[in-house]
Design a protein around this ligand. Structure first.
Ligand SMILES: [Zn+2]
Length: 278
């Protein structure tokens, strides 16, 4: 009897540690994502069947993020890690080889893109939702039908919004922005994006770049320059004042202080673009 009492606690510990390997306290699989857009898409497809955790602190933009040792330690205990690829979360490429085999890894883009802001195009967003759906179905095959239904209904909703964008008559217009994140969206809509800071959004524009954009805005007859709300409107306001136009916010969906989903943010972006472009 004494011997058996000794074995039972060991068995409980083993049982608990094996549970901890695959699931968390809620009994659900744990999926980590590299930044906000990937996290939001994953939550949309997963619903409440999976615990989705964004590795990046809320409100932080991904271009200059580096994970801490604690972040990486958390990742090693997860079931799945999803990241974008294409230059927005390069740190992930260097850590995936260090993760144990128990962690599945999905990279949404295999190629190195010159512009990493893939998710801002509707077509890319559909493809990303689909890849995420497949990745979740691989780790939770019993929930595949629910993931697929979540993906399908969301894409349907987005397709209606995409039509609103297409019917807004933006084709042939020039769109001035501080951070050049909207290249794929602009391409889909036939808009020419002119970016003050380039695609990395990191460096401050030189006085010569500012002067060039001010000149370009005046010549084009545009009435607005858009800025990323998380970056603030200081640069955009300075350009707007000099060019005699207005500055409006336009989200890159790289992060969101209010935890809004992609559909909500893209709907608001559409309203801002109608105000600023037409
Ligand atoms: Zn960016």
């Amino acid at each position: 009897m004494k011997k058996l009492l000794c074995i039972i606690p060991i068995m409980i510990v083993l049982l608990l540690s094996s549970c901890a390997d695959k699931t968390n306290n809620s009994g659900k699989a744990t999926v980590y994502t590299s930044f906000y857009a990937v996290s939001d898409f994953t939550k949309t497809v997963a619903g409440d069947l999976v615990d989705v955790i964004n590795l990046m602190p809320q409100g932080m933009e991904p271009h200059d993020f580096e994970p801490t040792a604690t972040d990486i330690s958390k990742l090693t205990k997860s079931d799945l890690f999803i990241y974008n690829g294409g230059g927005i979360d390069d740190w992930a490429d260097s850590i995936i080889d260090t993760l144990p085999d128990t962690v599945a890894v999905t990279r949404l883009y295999d190629t190195e893109n010159t512009d990493p802001h893939t998710w801002l195009s509707f077509k890319n967003a559909y493809a990303e939702l689909n890849t995420i759906c497949n990745a979740l179905s691989d780790i939770e095959p019993q929930n595949k039908a629910v993931f697929e239904a979540n993906r399908d209904s969301y894409i349907k909703k987005l397709e209606e919004l995409e039509n609103e964008y297409k019917n807004a008559g933006f084709g042939g217009l020039k769109m001035f922005v501080t951070h050049g994140a909207y290249g794929y969206l602009c391409e889909e809509l036939g808009i020419e994006q002119v970016a003050l800071e380039g695609i990395s959004g990191e460096s401050d524009p030189s006085p010569a770049q500012v002067a060039q954009v001010v000149d370009d805005i005046k010549k084009s007859g545009a009435k607005c320059i858009f800025y990323e709300p998380l970056e603030g409107d200081k640069t955009a306001q300075a350009v707007a004042n000099e060019a005699g136009v207005i500055a409006l916010p336009l989200s890159t969906f790289e992060a969101d202080d209010e935890n809004r989903d992609y559909y909500t943010v893209m709907s608001e972006n559409l309203e801002q673009m109608k105000k600023g472009l037409k």
